[in-house]
Design a protein around this ligand. Structure first.
Ligand SMILES: CC(C)(COP(=O)(O)OP(=O)(O)OC[C@H]1O[C@@H](n2cnc3c(N)ncnc32)[C@H](O)[C@@H]1O)[C@@H](O)C(=O)NCCC(=O)NCCS
Ligand SMILES: Nc1ncnc2c1ncn2[C@@H]1O[C@H](COP(=O)(O)OP(=O)(O)OP(=O)(O)O)[C@@H](O)[C@H]1O
Length: 200
C-alpha cells in the first residue's frame, strides 16, 4: 500500500518548511513551483507560448523569463493570470504525474506532492490525502512581506490571487497549524505520519 500526500496551503503559509520536514524523513517531495520553473526554461514548449502571449518585454537579457516582472503582471490582473495558468498548468500536471509514477514504481511507500494551487487547479485526484499548512491572515501577510521584501499592497495582491486559506483548511483531510513555532508544526506532522502508519 502506498500513500500519496497533497501538501498545500497559502502563499508563505509554510509549505516549503513542512516539505523540508518530509524530506528530512527521507520521504520524496515533488515541488510544483520547481516544476513550474523548469517548464518555462528557454527551449521548452511552454516558454515559447509564454513569450508569444506576454511579449519580449518579460525576458531578461539572457533570454530567460524575468520572473519578478511576470509576477508583477499576473498577480495584479486576473485575466493575465488565467492566461499564464492555461499555458503552464497542463505542463506542470503532466510532469508531476510522471514523477509520482516514477517514485511509486521504484517502490516508495509515501510520496508528497507540494502543490500551492492543489484546490484551485482541481488536482486533488492526483493524491490520496490532502494536507493544508494553515496560518492566520495576519501571520501570512507578515511572513510574506518579510520573506519577499514586498509592500503591504503587493503582498495582499498575492494572497488574494489564491483561494482563501481558511477555505482550503475546510476542504482538507488534515491541517497543520503553523502559527506557532516550527517545532510545534513538526510535532503535528509526526503525529499525522504515525496515524497514517508511515512511521512508527
Ligand atoms: C508568476 C511567476 C513567474 C512568479 O515567479 P516567482 O519566482 O516570483 O514565484 P514562485 O514561482 O516561486 O511562486 C511563489 C508562490 O506564488 C504563488 N503563485 C504562483 N503562481 C500563481 C498563480 N498563477 N496563481 C496564484 N498563486 C500563484 C504560489 O503560492 C507560489 O508558491 C510564477 O509564479 C509562475 O510562473 N506562476 C504560474 C505557474 C503557477 O501557477 N505556479 C504555481 C504552482 S503550479
Ligand atoms: N512556524 C514558523 N515560525 C516562524 N517563521 C516561519 C514558520 N514557518 C515558516 N516560517 C517562515 O515563513 C516564510 C514562509 O514559509 P515557507 O517559505 O515555508 O512558505 P510557503 O508556503 O512554502 O510559501 P510559497 O507559497 O511562497 O512557496 C519563510 O520565510 C519561513 O522561514
Amino acid at each position: 500500500m502506498s500513500l500519496v500526500i497533497g501538501l498545500t496551503g497559502g502563499i508563505a503559509s509554510g509549505k516549503s518548511t513542512v516539505a523540508k520536514m518530509f524530506a528530512d524523513l527521507d520521504i520524496p517531495v515533488i515541488d510544483a513551483d520547481v516544476i513550474a520553473r523548469e517548464v518555462v526554461e528557454p527551449g521548452e514548449a511552454s516558454y515559447k507560448q509564454v513569450v508569444d502571449v506576454f511579449g519580449n518585454e518579460i525576458l531578461k537579457e539572457d533570454g530567460s523569463i524575468d520572473r519578478p516582472k511576470l509576477g508583477s503582471i499576473i498577480f495584479s490582473n486576473e485575466e493575465k493570470r488565467e492566461q499564464l495558468n492555461q499555458i503552464v498548468h497542463p505542463a506542470v500536471r503532466k510532469r508531476m504525474l510522471k514523477k509520482k509514477e516514477d517514485y511509486l514504481s521504484q517502490g516508495e511507500k509515501c510520496v508528497v506532492l507540494d502543490i500551492p494551487l492543489l484546490f484551485e487547479g482541481k488536482l486533488t485526484f492526483l493524491v490520496d490525502q490532502t494536507l493544508v499548512v494553515f496560518v492566520d491572515e495576519k501571520t501570512q501577510l507578515k511572513r510574506l512581506m518579510e520573506r519577499n521584501q514586498l509592500s503591504k499592497e503587493e503582498a495582499t495582491d498575492r494572497i488574494t490571487s489564491q483561494m482563501p486559506l481558511i477555505e482550503k483548511a475546510s476542504l482538507a483531510d488534515e491541517v497543520i497549524d503553523n502559527n506557532q513555532s516550527i517545532e510545534k508544526s513538526k510535532k503535528q506532522l509526526l503525529d499525522l505520519l504515525k496515524k497514517w502508519e508511515v512511521i512508527e
